[in-house]
Design a protein around this ligand. Sequence first.
Ligand SMILES: Nc1ncnc2c1ncn2[C@@H]1O[C@H](COP(=O)(O)OP(=O)(O)OP(=O)(O)O)[C@@H](O)[C@H]1O
Ligand SMILES: CC(C)(CO)[C@@H](O)C(=O)NCCC(=O)O
Ligand SMILES: [K+]
Length: 244
Amino acid sequence: MTLAVDVGNTRIKAAVFEGSTVLENFVFEKNELEKKITKILEKFQNCSDLVVASVGNVEKQSFLTFEKQLNIHFFTHEDIFPFINKYATPKTLGIDRMILAAGATLQFPKQNRLVIDAGTCITYDFIDENDNYLGGAISPGLRLRYESLHNFTARLPLLTLEAPDSYIGNSTAQAIHSGVVNGFVYEIDGFIDEYRSNFSNFIIILTGGDAEFLAKRLKNTIFANSNFLLESLNQTFQYKIDND
Ligand SMILES: Nc1ncnc2c1ncn2[C@@H]1O[C@H](COP(=O)(O)OP(=O)(O)OP(=O)(O)O)[C@@H](O)[C@H]1O
Ligand SMILES: CC(C)(CO)[C@@H](O)C(=O)NCCC(=O)O
Ligand SMILES: [K+]
């Protein structure tokens, strides 16, 4: 059994895997890390490996208390990945994006793949059919858009996510919801159209905290898999064991 932990920018997500099957998912805050992992390990005593991908400010040391109990692997740029990294600044590429790219490469062989992670940030990652990782894009996520409109203006209220009535927002609140939600949807549809017109034979994977909300609003039909990062983490760890 493997416990996969994704330390995101906002919160932590984890899942226990038996082979490639998810037994249970968990979401928690950074300050609850030790307590929650202790609990998970009490429940799943057959866990032998703990694998971590962290883009947050949680370091490897935070997991060292569990070292007596299990084998810990903290993914870094030095690990072996199943794609050729063509990013011009490979050392600054987010480890979450590398894990997503690895998962897409392993799960969908011999095709162009676009991974869209709608989390704190939206990230786009493109791996071509020859397994070259080419890069993508980084833009603000849904909640970040609502927060920045409020934080950097004098008069805009902080709203929580709500589907807009129309693209023509007829009040301050509706105008903000339209700008944030429709802007988000148009952006993603626009990127997908751009990739579609330049590449054939490709698959789109949509994941992250806002994936489900988003999937039903896109013009392009794609399925959301909120667990794709954790699944990829488990799969990339397996790849590492097989190839190291
Ligand atoms: N309880 C919650 N806390 C924060 N965001 C939430 C919550 N529930 C849903 N969301 C949505 O999820 C988005 C954040 O996605 P996610 O949880 O994947 O981010 P994250 O934990 O920071 O991970 P990452 O850094 O990998 O994006 C926000 O835009 C928000 O709309
Ligand atoms: C873009 C985020 C914040 C998304 O979690 C993360 O992947 C990151 O910190 N990336 C570093 C910059 C880059 O990927 O080029
Ligand atoms: K993200």
